[in-house]
Unconditional design. Structure first.
Length: 185
């Protein structure tokens, strides 16, 4: 139980680090974490992937990050899916490919990850890797905003200025339906 709690704490800490850019502390049991990752623990695989992507507590190695994120993402790890999207969007160790980035952002966003929802909203708003679609951008920004993402809230007002009242109403309806679907899963 203590080891499982520790792993959950490490995962939570790593998720905070993903979005703050902070470095890991010195006290992580890297060998234990790697062993859990090798045994198929999706959360451990995501943390190890993040460590290699950022170079925290290990030398930065995009190939290793990609390997661990791919393993975790294949088992539904939403943080790994989001990070694969980042790697494809930025060309980190893989050829830059916005369409593949969108594919991974969609997977993570549909699992309720606010950061992926916000990023996906931007991809739709800017037609980056996917056809420009303000309604879908509105939907994804709204879902991220509902989870407290202030940038998404700001972007909703920008997107609304490019939409008709009918489009906004339709987007709000679809947002509510998608929110219910995500909440069930």
């Amino acid at each position: 139980m203590i080891k499982k709690s520790f792993l959950h704490l490490v995962l939570l800490f790593s998720c905070i680090l993903v979005f703050t850019g902070a470095a890991f502390s010195e006290g992580i049991d890297l060998e234990g974490l790697l062993e859990k990752a090798k045994q198929g623990d999706v959360k451990a695989q995501s943390v190890v992937g993040f460590m290699y992507r950022k170079g925290d507590s290990v030398p930065q190695n995009y190939a290793e990050a990609f390997k661990w994120f791919t393993k975790a993402a294949g088992h539904g790890g939403r943080f790994a899916q989001y990070n694969l999207g980042i790697m494809y969007e930025n060309g980190e160790g893989v050829p830059q490919n916005y369409a593949k980035a969108v594919k991974w952002y969609i997977k993570a966003a549909k699992q309720g990850l606010a950061e992926a929802q916000y990023t996906l909203g931007n991809m739709y708003a800017n037609g980056k890797g996917i056809q420009n679609n303000y309604k879908k951008a509105y939907i994804w920004f709204s879902l991220a905003s509902a989870q407290g993402d202030e940038k998404a809230k700001h972007n909703i007002s920008i997107i609304e200025s490019k939409m008709t009242s009918a489009q906004i109403t339709e987007a709000q309806k679809e947002t509510a339906e998608l929110w219910k679907k995500i909440a069930k899963e």
